[in-house]
Design a protein around this ligand. Structure first.
Ligand code: SF4
Length: 331
């Protein structure tokens, strides 16, 4: 195995395909080895995600129950009061989370009163000593700067899928829009959280292409969420087949190998996985999860915090206390 203590940003499609298609045991062994070289393999970052503004989104992401145009059961909810958000953040911290993410179903951030309120939320959560993350849609450089000054640690903006497959999934924006926002986040000195979703009908080549875009960025995203499609009734993808666990394991392992310093998050889709299946994902290099007392991941079901803590205990894993000091040092 090559020396993985060097970060590379010049991966070819062929190299990634070769990694992704390795015999599974070999792939997991390699990813687990890389994981141990770069991270403490018994630590899992615990993040909590709160939807601070739900539904009514003008975008048409085919997988999303929050798009206004699809007839789903999701109830539209206006921006939560700042005090409510801070109270949720305090609870998340008490339950062992080190990162608190706030999500708003917006196409883009507007310079209005709602954004001012988000800035207050960021300040309040930061004051609790948590890493603060937001996912608010597209951002300008100035907006990113304001968030950074308020204490934002990370910004989530997933690529969703490959550049080649993007138009099949979303028509209301382009792949380049995603890259622009990520660049604006970087310029402001905020860490980047960016990954994607599998199970959208994409090919293995699309999966590889998405990972290659992330791995060949000038700086790897500090967090890489790998999501399995959560099939929401009323969305165009509601009848897609369930994602195969081995596809998740292959994606996680490949992400771990090509972006060794990053936190790889086993994100949406855990509710449909057994503890054994999740253990495979941790073995393949996942070292971050979302959990929380609300048992939802935005608008889809997710395991609850007590269930997750029991799982970590069963697997001999423990919550990562502070990511800032232990990860991404060389990125
Ligand atoms: S994924 Fe985000 S941008 Fe797309 S429809 Fe859902 S809330 Fe809107």
């Amino acid at each position: 195995m090559e020396n993985t203590k060097t970060l590379r940003h010049d991966w070819t499609k062929e190299e990634l395909l070769e990694i992704y298609n390795k015999p599974l045991m070999e792939l997991v062994y390699e990813a687990a080895t890389v994981h141990r070289e770069w991270h403490k393999a018994d630590e899992v970052q615990i993040s909590t995600l709160l939807s601070v503004k739900t539904g009514g989104c003008p975008e048409d992401c085919s997988y999303c129950g929050q798009a206004a145009r699809y007839h789903t059961d999701i109830k539209v909810q206006a921006l939560l009061p700042t005090e409510t958000v801070i109270a949720h953040a305090q609870k998340a911290k008490d339950n062992g989370s080190s990162r608190f993410c706030m999500a708003a179903a917006w196409r883009e951030v507007r310079d209005n009163n709602d954004f001012d309120r988000i800035i207050d939320m960021v300040k309040g959560v930061n004051d609790l000593g948590l890493e603060v993350c937001c996912t608010l849609g597209m951002l300008t450089e100035n907006q990113a700067q304001r968030l950074q000054e308020a204490g934002l640690y990370a910004y989530n903006h997933n690529l969703d899928t490959s550049e080649e497959y993007y138009d099949e999934i979303i028509s209301t924006r382009q792949f380049d829009n995603r890259i622009n926002t990520i660049n604006n986040v970087r310029k402001a000195g905020i860490t980047v959280c960016s990954g994607g979703i599998i199970g959208l009908g994409e090919t293995n080549e699309d999966r590889i292409s998405m990972l290659r875009t992330l791995a060949n960025m000038e700086k790897h995203p500090e967090s890489v969420p790998i999501n399995a499609l959560a099939r929401v009734k009323g969305t165009p993808l509601e009848n897609n087949p369930k994602v195969d666990i081995w596809d998740m394991v292959r994606m996680i392992a490949t992400a771990r190998i090509v972006m060794p310093a990053s936190m790889v998050r086993l994100s949406a889709g855990r509710i449909e996985m057994s503890e054994t299946e999740q253990a495979w994902c941790f073995m393949a290099g996942a070292n971050s999860i979302f959990t929380g007392e609300r048992q939802t991941l935005l608008v889809t079901p997710n395991p609850g915090v007590s269930e997750d803590m029991q799982m970590l205990k069963n697997l001999g894993l423990k919550p990562l206390v502070k990511e800032k000091e232990s990860a991404c040092k060389a990125n």
